[in-house]
Design a protein around this ligand. Sequence first.
Ligand SMILES: Nc1nc(-c2ccc(Cl)c(S(N)(=O)=O)c2)cs1
Ligand SMILES: [Zn+2]
Length: 267
Amino acid sequence: DAESHWCYDIQADNYQQNCQRPAQWDGECQKSHQSPVDIVTNKARLDHNLKDFSFSGYDKKERLTVQNNGHTVMVSLKPDVTIRGGGLATQYRATQLHLHWSESLNKGSEHSLNGQRFAMEMHIVHEKETSTWSLKEEAQNPKDQIAVLAFLVEEGNEPNEGFALLLEALSRIPKPGMSTTMETSSIMDLLPKEDRLRHYFRYQGSLTTPACNETVVWTVFKEHILLHKDQILAFSQKLYYDDEEKQKMTDNVRPVQPLGDRLVYTS
Ligand SMILES: Nc1nc(-c2ccc(Cl)c(S(N)(=O)=O)c2)cs1
Ligand SMILES: [Zn+2]
């Protein structure tokens, strides 16, 4: 079609689509405060304002909608899920969570630590709760309009029970546009234990998908989620980019972007 849709390199390389690969993404994607980035851990600057997070509604068992949106698997979250603290200016409301992954267990994360990438990366996306009266210019498109909590996923020896319901749902949504419901599960089930979430990296960046708006305050937790190898591979085996189920959904990972004049902070 006239305006070709955006895609990942694996789609442009393997299926000769006329889709726009990351190097060609438009919107703000070619600007200088982009995500993801490589985090050089010994250069991260200690920031005492990066206190603990307060998670609310994360432990509530809800029926959640899970969809294949052609780029990832996205779980819609209920409006009563919010976060505060963590050095954030105000309370944020969760909207969705999704993941990025690869069949190669060292190529599936978007952020890297000291040049090392991991099997997967889970993003919980939150929107800033702005009070209605703030009409100032920067209040319309602030640099911290969105807060994403990023969790790196590594291969563990044990199956991760908390992911069982999400993994079962994948088989019901192989094609783009398909959605299903996931019986009572809580976001907390998917995360490392809350007391392990006090250590994290923080930097200012963008969406890692078009239009790559530079309105995201990023949190990358140091504690990793552990999934069994078969659980990680299930994402690439059950999901497809295309209706014909010819293109396995895998390597839905944007290449790392230059950090430029930015600093990465650490709690
Ligand atoms: N249609 C799609 N949207 C996204 C998306 C939306 C918002 C955000 Cl914040 C992100 S990310 N990867 O920066 O966390 C991804 C993925 S696929
Ligand atoms: Zn993401």
